[in-house]
Design a protein around this ligand. Structure first.
Ligand code: NI
Length: 136
């Protein structure tokens, strides 16, 4: 059920907010505020070590000795957190791996850092998302 409430804002802040809404292509203020609230809740889930979902993206050189093996071994160490992995052979040298993860935020971050620190990994990013259970 939708509830209405009013918000008081300084004029300058409201002008900046409206400019932000146009830039981000929101249809209206309500939709923008709903999104900002959900983003804050997701950030809080990660900061307070809740059960979260995320996607790790890796770019690495598969010619680097033993790297492919290390990437696979690490994923086996964290098999309870890994939902799915997709491997793309981008060109002669470079591999892209997309790893969908679920689990305690701190453990997911630990896995990301372990992958990132392997020699030959050129890029490792973690997209921090949510199980959606506590979002409406
Ligand atoms: Ni490959």
């Amino acid at each position: 059920m939708l509830k209405r409430f009013s918000i008081s804002l300084e004029e300058d802040l409201l002008e900046d907010f409206d400019a932000f809404i146009r830039q981000k292509r929101y249809e209206n203020r309500s939709e923008a505020i709903r999104d900002l609230i959900r983003s804050s809740f997701i950030r809080d889930e990660w900061q307070t070590d809740k059960d979260v979902m995320g996607v790790i993206t890796l770019v690495y050189d598969h010619h680097q000795p033993k790297l492919q093996k290390k990437v696979t071994e690490l994923q086996h160490d964290y098999h309870q957190q890994i939902v799915s992995t997709t491997h793309v052979h981008m060109d002669h040298d470079n591999c892209l791996e997309v790893i969908i993860v679920r689990g305690q935020a701190g453990v997911v971050k630990e896995l990301t850092d372990s992958l990132k620190s392997l020699r030959g990994v050129r890029d490792a990013k973690l997209a921090m998302s949510s199980t959606g259970k506590h979002l409406h």
